[in-house]
Design a protein around this ligand. Structure first.
Ligand code: PMP
Length: 345
């Protein structure tokens, strides 16, 4: 065996310790300093690597997993990929119930990582037997030696970010962070990071990002679960049609909603201005930060950290496809596709 050469023993050792990168152009009209925690640098290309390894290793400590056990989960894609990755290295089977909003590319990636995938309709209620929640629950009941990750209702989802993402951001900013801007789906990322940061400095403001069509903002403001807030939208992984217990609403100060269209254009802009090729929710987070700035949230001394959840390669048939953008009507306003491809015949 080679020693002390800087060799990584397996891919899982590379999870976390993602870079914090200054934004230089896209936020130039907003007061303050903006930094992105680019979670696409994880080996599974999203922040979900952090919860996958943490939840699986906690189950191992409790003796719930042995060689050949099965990991089951509901996922919009990223958690599934991360669970499949961890399962490969640790010798587990991985079964995933996926929402039909997930792109074909994401589903192929899960298959490439050896997972068994069930695709479930997106626009049914959470208690419908066809929903990905109910399908996963049933598979867990029917599969011996299986664990159900249950990321929406698993406190370890928050803990993973409390133990890793939060301390990393605190150290990388030298404790000078003033605002956190983060998307909320299960709520694990924003809640874990916010809990850690507020323990270090209670004045840090935590600004959530929600989607139009999701319940989170209204629930946070009023405590009311208003069915009228719920309607289909296109951003994958952001917002919810239920209240996850993996969201700690007490550590989130405020939510801002973004549209599908603005978030998609902002992700494309992030690529061509900063060279950051990120996912749809990253566009949503940057869009929300700019909306917060327009509302006077920041001043010139603000040090704002934005968490960018995943890498852009997962969205080639969606926000990075001009055809898809046209089909959504996203080029109908002033913004046009940048037609830079020329076909030589
Ligand atoms: N962005 C993407 C692309 C995601 O897959 C998720 C997870 N649903 C989120 C943001 C939200 O993160 P969290 O579940 O930790 O709230």
């Amino acid at each position: 065996m080679i020693q002390n050469t800087g060799i990584t023993n397996n891919i899982l050792e590379l999870i976390g310790n993602t870079p914090l990168i200054k934004l230089n152009k896209i936020t130039k009209d907003s007061p303050g300093n903006f930094y992105v925690k680019y979670e696409g640098f994880n080996p599974g290309h999203s922040m979900k690597d952090r919860i996958a390894i943490h939840i699986i290793e906690e189950a191992e400590k409790k003796g719930l997993l042995k060689e050949g056990s099965t990991i089951i989960e509901t996922t919009s894609g990223n958690t599934g990929f991360s669970l499949a990755l961890v399962s490969i290295i640790k010798g587990y089977k991985c079964i995933l119930a996926v929402n039909s909003k997930a792109s074909a590319g994401k589903i192929n990636m899960l298959k490439a990582m050896g997972a068994k995938v069930y695709v479930c309709p997106a626009n049914v209620k959470a208690d419908d037997p066809r929903s990905y929640y109910q399908v996963a629950k049933k598979l867990h009941e029917e599969t011996a030696n299986s664990i159900y990750i249950n990321q929406y209702f698993n406190e370890l989802n928050i803990e993973a970010h409390y133990k890793t993402t939060g301390p990393e951001i605190w150290q990388q900013t030298n404790g000078e962070i003033t605002h956190l801007v983060a998307a909320s789906g299960t709520g694990g990322t924003i809640s874990g990071v916010a809990r850690y940061l507020k323990e270090q400095n209670k004045n840090i403001k935590v600004l959530g990002v929600d989607a139009f069509g999701s319940i989170l903002k209204k629930f946070h403001e009023t405590g009311e679960f208003d069915q009228n807030e719920i309607y289909p939208y296109r951003i994958e992984g952001l917002g919810k049609n239920l209240i996850p217990t993996a969201t700690d609403f007490d550590v989130i100060d405020i939510f801002e909603k973004v549209t599908d269209e603005a978030a998609a254009h902002r992700a494309r802009e992030l690529a061509i201005t900063e060279g950051l090729f990120t996912g749809y929710t990253s566009g949503a987070v940057v869009q929300a930060a700019i909306q917060y700035a327009e509302k006077g949230m920041f001043d010139k001394n603000s040090k704002v950290v934005l968490i960018l959840p995943d890498h852009g390669s997962r969205y080639m048939e969606k926000i990075y496809s001009d055809e898809w953008m046209k089909d959504q009507g996203f080029f109908d306003s002033q913004k046009q596709a940048h037609e830079v491809v020329e076909y030589i015949k």
